[in-house]
Design a protein around this ligand. Structure first.
Ligand SMILES: C[S@@+](CC[C@H](N)C(=O)[O-])C[C@H]1O[C@@H](n2cnc3c(N)ncnc32)[C@H](O)[C@@H]1O
Length: 369
């Protein structure tokens, strides 16, 4: 397994495929965008690197094999030949996730059972001590073509490990990182989230700005594999530590009108190791003061427009739109919301999904359309 090249796949939220191709490019890995992810090739180094550095991805899969399967005995025979021993030890719990479309084999439970029986048979007798956690195996049948993949990430990649306190409707960390990438945040300009909630956008902005690898502080499933190369992983961690830059004190502003949201944002930023890069301010967006020199503003304010009310009672979405026109016109802005924000200058930068709802990332710049 040491120097073998693998077919690898970085799964990501729909709409972030191009961001993931760019991420892989910055790691020296060439990726091919597909719907819901990016296909790429690499050895263990690339597999570990992408898990360590991907900000926008959800998990990295290793493709174990691809073959035709029209009946269960055929599925069993082919599955028996897959290289299970590199990824699973006898007796370890596995979780099979099956999808089947336009294929003769339709019954997902029976497909899962057949592949698991083959895996157990291939691995031989169980060891007395089972390993910790489940190894996820994905089986996909599409027009009788069966693809079997194994998950290398474990917990989804957006779980960086810094979210200590939740507030209502938090953004997933990889969606926040994707927003920043789609909005072209450069890291050397000011950043502000005026409705920061648990702080995901400012924290991701700070991680980017200091070039901190998002996976530095967590565990991955591949660390349990029989072929895990501890030395290689340590080397990648040391390289990542050397690439960290000290960006100096905060030009990143996290504001919210709610005191408990700010407490959560501060605790989460501390856990992420970026507390000192962020300024926290409890303020209603209607009266928030920001740096007149401009920068990038990004938020997912509560959804909904309220009509014909004084500024203080308008929805934050309306307030931001009004204030951009009136006094923040040196800022660029990106808002994640289903409805187009009021006023001119907005264009849809991407169609994304947040909390089960299809939303647009609306981008604004003075005089833009
Ligand atoms: C959907 S949440 C943002 C979630 C955040 N992005 C996260 O990842 O946790 C919306 C936030 O807007 C804040 N908010 C609502 N009205 C506001 C206002 N007028 N001024 C400032 N913040 C406001 C709420 O307190 C809430 O924390």
């Amino acid at each position: 397994m040491k120097n073998r090249q693998h077919d690898l796949f970085l799964i990501c939220p729909p709409g972030l495929e191009a961001c993931c191709v760019a991420e892989l490019g910055s790691l020296g890995v060439q990726g091919e965008p597909r719907q819901g992810g990016v296909a790429f090739q690499g050895g263990l180094r690339e597999l570990y690197l992408v898990n360590l550095w991907s900000r926008c991805g959800s998990r990295v899969l290793v493709r174990l094999g691809e073959f035709r399967a029209k009946d269960f005995p055929g599925l069993y025979r082919k599955a028996l030949q897959l290289p299970w021993g590199s990824y699973v030890r006898p007796g370890w719990p596995v979780k099979l996730r099956v999808t089947s479309h336009r294929s003769r084999l339709m019954h997902s439970d029976r497909i899962a059972e057949t592949v698991e029986t083959a895996l157990r048979q291939a691995l031989g007798p169980q060891e007395s001590v089972p390993g910790d956690g489940e190894q996820v195996v994905l089986v996909r049948l599409e027009e009788d073509a069966c693809t079997v993949s194994i998950d290398s990430s474990g917990e989804l990649l957006h779980r960086r490990g810094y979210r200590q306190i939740m507030t209502p409707a938090p953004l997933r960390e990889n969606l926040a990182a994707g927003m920043l990438s789609l909005l072209g945040w450069r890291g050397d300009e000011a950043f502000c989230d005026p409705c920061c909630g648990s702080g995901t956008l400012p924290i991701e902005a700070a991680l980017l700005r200091s070039n901190l690898a998002p996976g530095m502080r967590r565990e991955f499933r591949f660390m349990r594999w029989p072929g895990f190369r501890h030395g290689l992983w340590q080397q990648l961690l040391s390289e990542a530590a050397r690439k960290t830059v000290d960006p100096g004190f905060g030009i990143i502003l996290a504001a919210d009108k709610d005191e408990s949201a700010l407490e959560a944002a501060r605790a989460n930023a501390r856990a992420a190791g970026v507390e000192e890069l962020v300024s926290f301010r409890q303020e209603d967006v209607a009266v928030l003061e920001v740096n007149p020199a401009g920068g990038l503003m990004a938020a997912n304010p509560p959804y909904g427009l309220r009509l014909d009310l004084p500024l203080r009672q308008l929805s934050p979405l309306q307030v931001v739109a009004q204030r951009l026109q009136a006094d923040w016109n040196r800022w660029r802005c990106g808002l994640l919301t289903p409805e187009r924000p009021p006023g001119g200058g907005w264009r849809s930068a991407a169609l994304l999904h947040n909390g089960g709802i299809t939303v647009n990332l609306w981008a604004w710049r003075a005089g833009g359309e």
